[in-house]
Design a protein. Structure first.
Length: 65
């Protein structure tokens, strides 16, 4: 059944359950049982991401996390 993989910067761990629930709810609304939905979050440090050749740790250094 559905496996949703999320690639993201490190997240506040208190927000993850809500995100996972909301994603699951989308599939439930489509008639797929919640038990069949798997959500996986991969967190990568900003130093491991880049856009236009610039590391996100530099590009978004003022971003509140």
């Amino acid at each position: 059944m559905p496996i949703v993989t999320i690639e993201t910067w490190p997240m506040d761990k208190t927000k993850k359950p809500e995100l996972m629930k909301k994603i699951t709810d989308v599939f439930v609304e489509m008639g797929i049982p919640a038990q069949a939905v798997t959500v996986v979050i991969h967190e990568n440090g900003l130093e491991n991401w880049a856009s236009a050749g610039e590391q996100h740790s530099v590009k978004f250094k003022d971003l509140k996390r």
